[in-house]
Design a binder for this molecule. Structure first.
Ligand code: SF4
Length: 470
């Protein structure tokens, strides 16, 4: 295994092939907002008096005020072999990945790079952001748009798959880039991002879509969008009466906790009810800096959840998942989803079996607080949405009795009421609001008696053989 040696230089410079800072990228931080001057830093977290991550020698001389300025972090991201070799010992396979022609964008904030163990190729931080040569290997089942989002977009960037909620993609840019990214087909290209005219189209569609009560802002990472633009989008959404909640999916607190300033949190407060999901995959990502950012968000009244991806060699371990769940809950973040890795280009070597996910849930449910157990989901290839998968706890049933088992293997029975009257609720049920879900009542529609079967496409014609030989 050949290694590049980390440089011993104490200066931090931006090399010529380093991508431009986000304020030069379309749809990202626009030029009309100048970088913070040193005195404008709203809330430098953490100060040298608070616990914080130790910086590698490369950045030791960078003044704290700069290190804690998110614009400085974005402007000094690392992407090339030469830049990364200054902070970690790159392996042959990492060099092959970093120099591959057709690779998904690489960009790593100095803060996130400072969490990497320079000598350990298995470091979970490192494996998420530094490509390996094998990243571009195709695999069975690989799909470009594995969730079929493009097919469900009425206007650019808006995915309207369910009646009452939409996914609103407002940028293709991120603070750093995850090697397994589900949307790598659109993410990362600074020349193909969303702009004001797209936002206007998205908002116009939403004004007319009165059944939509929940908008999820995503991308790319919505927190890399220029602060003023993000606030304009939030206030425009809030002005639409039928939109009840706004959700934000972001990995910025993990890659760039410096972005979560007091000013930013004060802005969020103006647009409640607003929920936010972060994306933390490994307990090592929960640093004092991230904890401080999460505390600010929670103190601003933003309910926090975590979505993580099950990744081979990074977090496919019950012990790592339990430690992650406990650290999340301590930081007021509810573990929300644990995703099976999608069938996306670049993610082949990160994939686990579904059995591993079920085993992890088996090791969590009952072994820790229910609050700390995420829902394990497979995002259905082809666009079927999230499908929860879990161990089987219902062992058997007969009229009047079910047999259940708990996490310890204790098997018990539950006697069901013999006189249960499911019609008793009818009076109240009639008064509860109804929502039209044309064609999407699904399996519940079968239970409700709307129809007797769900047939695959072509089912009837296949069975009309009209006496023809098979
Ligand atoms: S932060 Fe999200 S959108 Fe950006 S690269 Fe990572 S997974 Fe993809």
């Amino acid at each position: 295994m050949s290694h590049h040696s980390p440089a011993t230089t104490q200066t931090a410079t931006q090399s010529s092939d380093c991508p431009p800072p986000a304020d030069e990228e379309p749809g990202s931080i626009p030029a009309e907002e100048p970088p913070h001057s040193l005195t404008q830093i709203a809330n430098p977290v953490p100060s040298i008096h608070q616990p914080h991550t130790t910086r590698p020698a490369l950045w030791a001389a960078v003044p704290d005020e700069q290190w804690q300025d998110w614009r400085w972090q974005l402007g000094h991201r690392l992407s090339s072999v030469d830049e990364l070799a200054q902070v970690i010992h790159l392996t042959t396979e990492e060099i092959a990945g970093l120099t591959a022609d057709d690779k998904f964008r690489v960009d790593i904030t100095p803060y996130f790079a400072s969490l990497i163990d320079p000598d350990d190729p298995h470091c979970p931080i490192r494996r998420q952001v530094i490509p390996l040569g094998r990243e571009l290997e195709a695999f069975e089942g690989m799909q470009a748009d594995s969730l079929a989002e493009d097919a469900h977009s009425p206007v650019p960037g808006l995915v309207h798959r369910y009646p009452d909620r939409v996914l609103m993609l407002i940028t293709t840019q991120c603070a750093s880039y995850c090697r397994y990214c589900t949307r790598s087909r659109i993410v990362g290209n600074p020349h193909q991002t969303f702009n004001r005219s797209h936002f206007e189209q998205q908002l116009a569609y939403l004004r007319g879509a009165t059944q939509v009560r929940d908008v999820l802002l995503s991308g790319g990472d919505p927190l890399t969008v220029a602060p003023k633009t993000l606030e304009t989008i939030l206030s425009s959404l809030r002005a639409i009466e039928h939109i009840e909640i706004i959700r934000i999916g972001t990995r910025v607190p993990v890659f760039l906790p410096q972005r979560v300033t007091d000013e930013f949190c004060a802005m969020l407060r103006r647009y409640h009810p607003l929920w936010l999901n972060v994306h933390i995959n490994h307990p090592k990502e929960i640093t004092p800096e991230l904890s401080a950012a999460l505390a600010k968000l929670a103190d601003s009244g933003v309910p926090l959840g975590n979505q993580s991806v099950l990744l081979a060699g990074i977090n496919d371990s019950i012990h790592i998942q339990r430690e992650l769940a406990h650290k999340l809950v301590r930081n007021r973040v509810r573990p929300y989803y644990l995703y099976q890795c999608d069938l996306v280009k670049g993610a082949g070597h990160f994939r686990t079996t579904v059995a591993k996910g079920i085993e992890i849930i088996e090791g969590l449910r009952g072994h820790t607080s229910g609050y700390a157990v995420p829902t394990y989901v497979v995002d259905a290839p082809g666009g079927g949405g999230k499908i929860p998968v879990m161990p089987q706890y219902l062992i058997s049933q007969a009229p009047g009795r079910v047999v259940l088992r708990n996490y310890e293997g204790y098997i018990t029975t539950y006697d069901e009421p013999l006189d249960y009257d499911a019609g008793m609720i009818e009076h109240l049920d009639r008064q509860a609001p109804r929502r039209a879900e044309p064609g999407q009542s699904g399996v519940h529609g079968l239970l409700a008696g709307e129809r007797v079967a769900i047939k695959p496409e072509g089912f009837d014609s296949v069975h009309q053989r009209k006496g023809a030989a098979p």
